[in-house]
Design a protein around this ligand. Structure first.
Ligand SMILES: N[C@@H](CCC(=O)N[C@@H](CSC=O)C(=O)NCC(=O)O)C(=O)O
Length: 276
């Protein structure tokens, strides 16, 4: 493992590390913000952030402005790249499949199955690495944006007890029923839609055994709102299952990191309260 960036930020450090992931069979980058308390050797709770389509580990750490709030609350924030990478890793010319579009699933179909195992990477390998190599405690929270919002919600719902809190910005709430999800799930998981249910928030809510409250932020002027995100399906599924949901629709905000930066402080405060 090698540190490739280090920047002083709000009394702590924003770093980027690269390592060889045994799960993905490829090199992987992740960003990690270490607050002052962690630098002093105290074990700090960790917020995992999952980014969206076309992103690397850089988008969140350079655009969201999360460091200020992570410093305030003494949280480590870990932001991995969104897929395996490299010349030997399968890819597709479209922005919504292949490298930069891992969708936080374990692919079962060729040519993706060898490397595209972002579900296992985020749930198992990355936290094990972070909790061994950094002053991180096992108190975890998870959040993300768009494809990463889908990743955060599905991973939390499938792993009761593993995360103390979950939130999402503009999540793809019902990927089985929208073009981004249908394309990615068809390619990575195959034609059998039964297998898709394990990666669909709206489907998972039906059988959830832990009612971890969902905090969801959604821009009212998001260009993908009706075609890809469908928060109304999330709301209906939560109501039907009796699952606690705080859905904040923010008029005028779009799908961009300007929206995330506007509300990331509130989400970090929410996670910090659960992680204390
Ligand atoms: N057609 C666009 C789509 C890419 C895009 O909007 N990506 C979002 C996430 S969308 C869902 O996962 C994003 O976070 N972009 C990076 C950023 O820094 O804004 C395109 O290809 O541009």
């Amino acid at each position: 493992m090698e540190r490739i960036e280090r920047h002083a930020s709000h009394g702590g450090f924003q770093e980027v590390w690269q390592h060889t992931s045994s799960t993905l069979g490829s090199g992987m980058h992740f960003g990690i913000y270490l607050p002052a308390a962690a630098l002093a050797g105290r074990r700090c709770p960790v917020l995992y952030w999952l980014s969206g389509l076309t992103c690397t580990e850089q988008n969140f750490i350079t655009k969201a402005g999360a460091q200020r709030y992570a410093a305030e609350h003494g949280l480590i924030v870990v932001a991995p790249d969104t897929s395996p990478r490299g010349e030997n890793v399968a890819d597709d010319p479209a922005y919504d499949l292949g490298q930069g579009a891992g969708f936080y699933v374990n692919a079962a179909q060729q040519p993706w199955a060898r490397h595209y195992r972002m579900y296992d990477y985020v749930v198992d390998e990355l936290p094990a690495l972070v909790e061994t190599e950094f002053p991180a405690s096992a108190a975890r929270a998870i959040s993300g944006h768009s494809m990463g919002g889908h990743g955060a919600l599905t991973i939390a719902l499938r792993n009761p007890g593993r995360y103390r809190s979950v939130s999402a910005f503009s999540p793809i709430a019902a990927p089985s029923r929208v073009p981004w999800g249908e394309k990615a799930f068809g390619a990575y998981l195959g034609a059998d839609r039964e297998a898709w249910k394990q990666h669909d928030t709206v489907e998972l809510l039906r059988g959830a055994t832990e009612r971890l409250p969902l905090l969801v932020e959604q821009g009212g002027d998001d260009e993908f709102l009706e075609s890809q995100l469908k928060p109304e399906l999330l709301q209906a599924a939560c109501e039907a299952a009796g699952h606690p949901l705080q859905l904040n629709i923010r008029p005028g905000y779009d799908h961009s990191y300007y929206f995330i930066a506007s509300f990331i402080g509130e989400h970090i405060a929410h996670h910090a309260a659960a992680l204390r």
